[in-house]
Design a protein around this ligand. Structure first.
Ligand code: SAH
Length: 444
């Protein structure tokens, strides 16, 4: 009954109260990173022979090879997430993160007029924790969803991680496709009966109303690097170090490259810029889908709004790692330039944000959710875990201000409400509907 009431009132501020008050079991953080150094040198050898054959390669090509080479790529071989891996992400830190994103999904589904089919699409799902938390909440709020059919679509380049995702989301209820050419390379069903499908790229995900989530996905996509010189913009390349032929170094291309002539803005003021052209292509695909099929996209990542310069870095064992050392053995990443994403999206959809993770989670009701979890939990260790994960997610010096949320919404979300006959709308009435997370809402 209470759930039904929540469905009728439609308020985000009430939905959060209907998510189960229990804290889920703490995340199991152990992971089984493969002995990277065994494979690292083979990636280095591969890159050195490539450079010997064709000359210096772009940073973008270097990053793509190091991360997603089908045989020796870092993401392809490793399970890098968690305390024993190379880095930890918000969904791995606390269930609250995924629960609040689930409320965002439902809120945007409602804002779109409650379509009968809801495709939840996640790009780069890691260990599957975010998707699993979102599905758990959707399961709890079934009466709000009012019979809408939910399916989960995962875009994952890594066979190793897709297996982990399958175990966590479907147990033994998934199987690989018979043919390598099948765009759906794995398919399964959750215990609750939600169909889950795996794809290598976004184009393969079926059309239809979709809510897209991409957390710490865009920062893993390859970037080009450019340096302002006296002779104009030049691309930074990766070459063999002549003093140390078994190692790599950065060089500046002597003449313009196609990338340096097309990817740097004419009015660019910085002296060094990083451009993630692949991220640009993906955000355009997302925007086109949202515009044509309806839905929304939520991107959470560390990043800036066109202000930072050199952010390319590596992580290994939770420590910074030299980006050109033992490629394939460490995570490589660069801050997401949200101003670039906004620029390439164009006008077919509305862009929201970036807003800081702290603001977004507070707007989504993280404080209320914490109170509910704490008041239902008497175990001291679990309480301490809840408090420290809240701090990690929201503290300005931790993830609170470094991570940001950026949204793409269908333009109809902002259409002026139709004036009913005989009803006088105030002249200054806001045209915009509140969008969860990006708008301050009161939780009582
Ligand atoms: N979203 C998860 C994992 C982030 S790590 C979390 O927040 O915990 C980056 C994820 O993106 C991994 O699952 C990695 O395998 C995937 N990935 C990286 N590059 C990709 C690409 N080009 N296409 C699809 N998936 C990719």
């Amino acid at each position: 009954m209470r759930l039904l009431r929540a469905a009728k009132t439609h308020h985000l501020s009430t939905l959060i109260h209907y998510v189960s008050p229990a804290a889920a079991a703490p995340r199991r953080l152990q992971c089984t990173s493969s002995p990277e150094d065994k494979n690292g040198p083979s990636m280095l050898r591969h890159l050195i022979s490539k450079i010997k054959a064709t000359g210096p390669i772009s940073v973008s090509e270097y990053m793509r090879e190091a991360l997603t080479n089908p045989v020796t790529g870092y993401y392809v071989r490793n399970n890098m997430l968690g305390a024993e891996g190379d880095f930890i992400t918000s969904p791995e830190i606390s269930q609250i993160f995924g629960e609040l994103l689930a409320v965002w999904v439902i809120s945007e589904w409602m804002g779109a007029g409650r379509p009968k089919q809801l495709q939840l699409v996640e790009l780069g799902p890691g260990k599957g924790s975010l998707a699993s938390d979102v599905l758990r909440v959707l399961g709890q709020l079934q009466s709000v969803l009012d019979g809408a059919s939910v399916s989960l679509h995962l875009v994952e380049v890594s066979p190793a991680l897709s297996l982990l995702q399958a175990q966590s989301l479907t147990g033994t209820r998934s199987q690989e496709a018979d043919s390598e050419d099948d765009p759906v390379y794995r398919q399964g069903r959750t215990e609750g009966g939600v169909q889950v499908s795996w794809y290598r790229c976004l184009e393969d995900v079926p059309r239809g109303f979709s809510i897209f989530l991409a957390h710490e996905f865009f920062d893993a996509l390859p970037i080009h690097k450019f340096q302002r010189t006296k002779r104009g913009w030049r691309e930074v390349m990766v070459d063999i170090d002549p003093d140390n032929p078994g190692q790599l170094r950065f060089v500046v291309a002597p003449s313009p490259t196609l990338a340096s002539t097309t990817l740097v803005q004419a009015d660019e003021r910085r002296d060094h810029v990083e451009v993630c052209a692949e991220g640009g292509v993906i955000i355009q695909q997302l925007a086109r889908r949202v515009a044509e099929e309806g839905g929304a996209a939520l991107i959470g990542d560390y990043g800036h709004d066109g202000t930072k310069t050199d952010t390319f870095r590596g992580f290994k064992g939770h420590q910074l790692h030299q980006v050109l050392t033992t490629p394939g053995s460490a995570d490589l990443t660069a801050d997401v330039d949200f101003s670039y994403l906004r620029r390439v999206v164009g006008g077919g959809v509305a862009c929201l944000g970036p807003v800081s993770q702290r603001t977004f989670l507070k707007n989504m009701g993280i404080d209320t959710r914490m109170q509910v979890l704490l008041s239902n939990c008497s175990d001291l260790t679990t309480r301490q875990q809840l408090i420290s994960s809240y701090d990690m997610l929201t503290h300005p010096a931790k993830m609170g201000e470094r991570f940001h949320f950026f949204g793409l919404l269908h333009l109809s979300r902002f259409a002026k409400p139709k004036t009913a006959t005989g009803f006088k709308l105030e002249k200054k009435s806001p045209a915009q509907l509140p969008v969860a997370g990006f708008t301050d809402m009161s939780f009582s």
